[in-house]
Design a protein around this ligand. Structure first.
Ligand code: NAG
Ligand code: NAG
Length: 378
């Protein structure tokens, strides 16, 4: 191919229109790879260690099982015991003790948010040329405009600023007299778009429409899809309950159905990644934000403890990476991987820069995940 010459391709614009991104990380690994990968980060709320089929659960998750089996399962993977701390680490690569977010979650009435001076993962990827989108639950504060996802690195945002609202009405109550509508498009309430859809279905549709409206050959995409599922309240469309009639505990039964709906959502998302031409050049990361809550149907067995504790059951999470770009597919990564590691790992994969003094707590773990024990993480 003569550089600069337009070569027509059957499935897209001339190849000279393609963005170039020679990632040293991936370039050596795959000759096909001349473009930064699209990154899809799926964060799930309160899914416990035992709440995925491949950990022996009675909950059926055929999609997650297949994606994990064809990718790399993270079997020594740690997060924080609660939502806002975990999310702050994902966004900054720093422990919450450095961002002031070590005091539980951010409540609706608290004048607090992820410090504006801390650079975020989407900011870094945007600088590197990515189109950045967030769908789902933020929970990193909103007391002033500068705290909103669209001010913190995302080109677009559709979702809730808190968590655990009603799955259909998208109202959130945090105590008597403290109820509010919690669904936004960008920086405005999403009344217009709201069809009262179950949030797992609604967020998936939105994510798919983002994929459909972006040209994967022109610009790399970062999609942060932070599901409300499978946090309480235990609400689920009836059809997902059928298959769990055999589970006697009603909380567990509804929760199992919620996980099944989530599994179907990821199936739909994966089909869309293929249909719209992303899949071959995409890295999908799947992670829970903290341990399961047994009082709301979750299970962390055989790990002790639950969400909001520092026992293994609170901080050891379900996680895997699925991508055609992985070198050793179908393996388990037993190296320690921590939620702070995604920041340096994904920024490096996306050819972003980490040269300024970010004092990161995380490490780039791509080789440990993709190539295995020969590359133990620091
Ligand atoms: C992050 O924010 C904290 C709190 O404002 C500040 O002390 C720290 O220097 C910031 N770090 C970076 C790397 O931005
Ligand atoms: C998956 O796609 C099917 C077919 O479009 C749709 O009926 C279903 O509601 C979707 N499921 C979820 C969880 O988004």
């Amino acid at each position: 191919v003569v550089l600069g010459a337009a070569v027509s391709s059957p499935n897209g614009p001339a190849s000279s229109d393609r963005y170039q991104c020679v990632s040293p990380r991936l370039g050596v690994l795959s000759a096909r790879q001349d473009r930064c990968p699209h990154i899809v980060f799926i964060l799930v709320d309160d899914q416990g260690f035992r709440d995925v089929g491949y950990h022996g659960s009675e909950i059926k998750t055929p999609t997650l099982d297949r994606l994990a089996a064809q990718g790399v399962k993270l079997e020594n993977y740690y997060v924080q015991p609660l939502c806002s701390p975990s999310r702050s680490q994902l966004m900054t690569g720093r422990y919450q003790i450095h961002t002031g977010l070590q005091h539980s979650i951010i409540r609706a009435t608290q004048p607090n948010c992820l410090p504006l001076e801390n650079v975020t993962l989407p900011q870094k990827l945007k600088q590197a040329g990515y189109s950045t989108h967030m769908v789902g639950k933020w929970h990193l504060g909103f007391y002033k405009r500068g705290c909103l996802p669209t001010q913190r690195g995302f080109n677009t945002f559709f979702g809730s600023l808190l968590g655990s609202g009603d799955y259909y009405s998208h109202y959130k109550c945090e105590g008597p007299g403290m109820c509010g509508y919690d669904l936004y498009e960008g920086e405005e309430a999403a009344w217009e778009q709201d069809r009262g859809l179950y949030s797992t279905v609604m967020f998936t549709r939105k994510a798919i429409s983002i994929l459909a409206n972006h040209n994967p050959r022109r610009q790399p995409l970062f999609l942060y899809l932070a599901y409300q599922a499978v946090h309480s309240p235990l609400q689920v469309p009836a059809r997902y309950l059928e298959r769990y009639k055999g589970i006697p505990n009603l909380h567990r039964r509804k929760y199992a159905a919620m996980v099944s709906c989530l599994d179907e959502a990821i199936h739909n998302l994966t089909l869309a990644l293929k249909r719209y031409g992303y899949y071959d050049n995409t890295v999908i990361v799947y992670s829970s934000d903290n341990g399961g809550q047994p009082l709301a149907g979750g299970s962390n067995w055989p790990l002790r403890g639950s969400k909001a504790t520092y026992w293994e059951g609170g901080i050891r999470a379900v996680g895997f990476v699925h991508s055609p770009l992985l070198v050793n597919k179908g393996t388990k990564c037993r190296s320690l991987v921590h939620i702070t590691d995604w920041f340096p790992t994904l920024v490096t994969l996306g050819e972003g820069t980490l040269d300024e003094d970010l004092s990161l707590d995380g490490y780039d773990v791509w080789e440990a995940i993709s190539e295995g024990p020969a590359f133990p993480p620091t």
